[in-house]
Design a protein around this ligand. Sequence first.
Ligand SMILES: Cc1cc2nc3c(=O)[nH]c(=O)nc-3n(C[C@H](O)[C@H](O)[C@H](O)COP(=O)(O)O)c2cc1C
Ligand SMILES: *[C@@H]1O[C@H](CO)[C@@H](O)[C@H](O)[C@H]1NC(C)=O
Ligand SMILES: *[C@@H]1O[C@H](CO)[C@@H](O)[C@H](O)[C@H]1NC(C)=O
Ligand SMILES: *[C@@H]1O[C@H](CO)[C@@H](O)[C@H](O)[C@H]1NC(C)=O
Ligand SMILES: *[C@@H]1O[C@H](CO)[C@@H](O)[C@H](O)[C@H]1NC(C)=O
Ligand SMILES: *[C@@H]1O[C@H](CO)[C@@H](O)[C@H](O)[C@H]1NC(C)=O
Ligand SMILES: *[C@@H]1O[C@H](CO)[C@@H](O)[C@H](O)[C@H]1NC(C)=O
Ligand SMILES: *[C@@H]1O[C@H](CO)[C@@H](O)[C@H](O)[C@H]1NC(C)=O
Length: 398
Amino acid sequence: MAPSRLSTTFLSLSFIFSVLKLCLSIEINMEGLPDTGLNTSTWVTGELPPLEDIWDLNDIQIAAKNVLKPRYYASYRTAALDEITYQANLNIWSQIRLNGYSFRDVSNITTQTSILGYNFTQPFFIAPAAQAGHANKSAELSLASAAGKAGILYVGYAQKPSISSTKSIEEIAAAGLPNQTMFHQEYIWSNQSRVIDELQRMEKAGFKAIFLTVDNTGVNGIRTRSLRYTGAQDETGHDADFDLNSLANFRNLTTLPVVPKGIKTWQDAKKCLDLGFPAIYVSNHGGRVLDSAPTAVEVLLDIRKNAPEVFEKMEVYADGGVRRGTDVIKLLALGARAVGLGRSPMFANIWGEEGVSRMIDLLSTELKTSMQLMGVNDVSKIDDTYINTKLVENNYIQ
Ligand SMILES: Cc1cc2nc3c(=O)[nH]c(=O)nc-3n(C[C@H](O)[C@H](O)[C@H](O)COP(=O)(O)O)c2cc1C
Ligand SMILES: *[C@@H]1O[C@H](CO)[C@@H](O)[C@H](O)[C@H]1NC(C)=O
Ligand SMILES: *[C@@H]1O[C@H](CO)[C@@H](O)[C@H](O)[C@H]1NC(C)=O
Ligand SMILES: *[C@@H]1O[C@H](CO)[C@@H](O)[C@H](O)[C@H]1NC(C)=O
Ligand SMILES: *[C@@H]1O[C@H](CO)[C@@H](O)[C@H](O)[C@H]1NC(C)=O
Ligand SMILES: *[C@@H]1O[C@H](CO)[C@@H](O)[C@H](O)[C@H]1NC(C)=O
Ligand SMILES: *[C@@H]1O[C@H](CO)[C@@H](O)[C@H](O)[C@H]1NC(C)=O
Ligand SMILES: *[C@@H]1O[C@H](CO)[C@@H](O)[C@H](O)[C@H]1NC(C)=O
């Protein structure tokens, strides 16, 4: 009798243990992201997964979902209304084919490029995003520092000194390497003294350009997924009657180059060219503002068709849904000079600087490897001979 009782006890103990483990590690809903075999069965909900489990940028998102409080994960992940644009940003890549050429020397690959005349090691950068502190106390400082060590551009956004999840303009500047080039984002506050004060501080702190966000003047998108946690959103403080005159006026408030961010039509791209801006930033804000706005791929195709001179006379940056080295290549091939990353660095910051560095490494490796496989050794040579966009054009171009 004794051995059998022992084994029954053992069986029930191991049963209880399994149930306990199940309670701790709840199956994570992968949100329809590509299945690359990520196995989260050993992860404990609310705990930081090991960085060694992470092999791509989608893994990073799932890790953030595992560890962050649901309200904070929602605040990063959220997008406007039905998230049609958010999903389109992620899905558009599967409609573009890459042409890979053999019989070419790919022994020496360079991803080096310049943005507004400043040299960087990669044609991708960390886009401005609010409230990095929800992922890690180091907040924007680890983003700045990881970018500096990798030699890539960081576009800071010191949201409001009174918000604890955000560092100040001066703290972000100080987190970089002495020789690091950083840009800073600005909004058009209806309080003009605030704009003037912040622009002066950005210049003094050493930021080299201003990305002026122009796609949420007055209001933000209605982001249902996060509203469920926060309740109705606060006033943005953004000027609602911001027009072309205000844009020209804004430019006179700083000696730094100004780059309008959030261009969603070829007409606005052309307007910025006519006004003499050195660059524009095509973006739908990661699907967080106007839902049903087109993807960067579609807007770039529209500009190529209706105002191709834009690409010759100004630098064009683009973002939205970039998760793979091949996504970077597709935007470069359509004429973008550099490509922004919004959510991925925010999610990677759950591990602080180390996570952000890993994210940069993974994407750099994918970019370099894909370039080798395509037979192109220099990012400046990536042009439309490397892509086929017929599927998108048939569905989209009017
Ligand atoms: C949490 C979060 C906060 C953001 N805050 C800002 C912001 O303050 N200003 C801005 O211009 N864009 C902001 N963005 C948009 C990003 O700069 C970028 O355009 C977008 O996230 C790119 O899409 P992706 O997240 O798919 O990479 C934010 C994005 C996220 C995810
Ligand atoms: C996931 O990992 C666990 C623990 O190592 C293992 O038991 C399980 O078989 C794995 N699942 C898959 C689908 O590979
Ligand atoms: C690789 O190419 C760069 C120019 O793009 C050149 O400066 C460098 O010397 C080359 N390296 C090797 C090992 O050929
Ligand atoms: C930037 O890179 C170019 C080309 O590689 C080089 O000629 C130039 O000197 C570099 N500029 C700076 C400031 O390092
Ligand atoms: C900045 O300095 C570091 C050493 O402190 C060096 O490794 C890096 O290449 C420099 N970066 C640039 C852009 O000059
Ligand atoms: C406007 O901005 C200035 C400078 O930041 C600040 O001192 C002032 O309190 C602000 N005014 C209002 C009404 O918020
Ligand atoms: C901006 O400054 C330029 C030259 O300093 C001036 O000609 C122009 O009228 C100013 N524009 C506005 C809107 O203040
Ligand atoms: C935040 O980042 C630091 C490194 O900067 C890391 O040690 C820590 O584990 C991260 N997570 C939290 C919750 O602070």
